[in-house]
Design a protein around this ligand. Structure first.
Ligand code: 5GP
Length: 193
């Protein structure tokens, strides 16, 4: 997606350790006009697919998922991160290793909001090692729901997540795939569409 790549080149900041900061339009301040274009693009890429629910993970996936959902006319459910093992009520839960925080946490979704009748599109801001998407896919499987695919805004193609998700046969659409980036020069190279 040309508009997105141009914006990442203009405003993205490359940090040591393979972290791309896009706080000015995606992860802290949110450019809703850009989100709208992302929503339209993902609608196109999943055209013809039957989807009745979007599933994301708190916190940074929620904003983008909500705007994307306007183009699918479906509800958004976000997996909650929880510190307590002893969760009240009936929930699906699994563990996710955080790339940015370097720790393992539990995520959960209420059984009230995910079930066998659901055809689910996963949405997230970044795809790095794929742990967040794999955790969400696990919740979908545990719920007996159907996983239609996953849409991410930025995939870091130099990490293993994209290959791992595709190898599982999941329809993955990444709107910008970063092939390489350099913290010293700030240069970001994208995979061509
Ligand atoms: P994964 O689970 O695929 O390893 O990492 C995905 C999650 O980590 C995303 O939900 C995102 O919040 C965070 N993340 C991973 N890499 C980056 C990055 O380079 N920049 C930002 N802003 N977030 C990242």
């Amino acid at each position: 997606m040309r508009l997105l790549k141009d914006r990442i080149r203009k405003d993205g900041v490359v940090r040591e350790g393979g972290v791309l900061k896009v706080d000015s339009f995606l992860n802290h301040q949110m450019d809703i006009d850009m989100f709208v274009e992302i929503g339209k693009e993902l609608r196109k890429r999943f055209a013809g697919e039957e989807i009745n629910k979007i599933l994301t993970i708190e916190a940074s996936g929620i904003g983008i998922a909500c705007i994307v959902a306007q183009y699918f006319h479906v509800p958004v459910v976000f997996a909650k991160k929880t510190k307590t093992k002893n969760i009240a009520g009936d929930v699906y839960t699994t563990q996710v290793e955080s790339y940015t925080h370097g720790r393992i946490y539990d995520i959960m979704v209420s059984k009230d909001f995910l079930g066998p009748e659901d055809k689910v599109l996963l949405i997230d801001d970044f795809l790095a090692n794929g742990k967040a998407l794999e955790g969400l896919a696990q919740l979908v499987q545990d719920a007996g729901a159907t996983l239609v695919g996953a849409g991410v805004v930025v995939e870091k193609g130099f990490q293993r997540g994209g290959d791992a998700i595709r190898a599982r046969g999941i329809h993955l659409e990444s709107l910008a795939i970063v092939e390489s980036m350099d913290a010293a020069t700030g240069e970001i190279v994208f995979r061509e569409d």
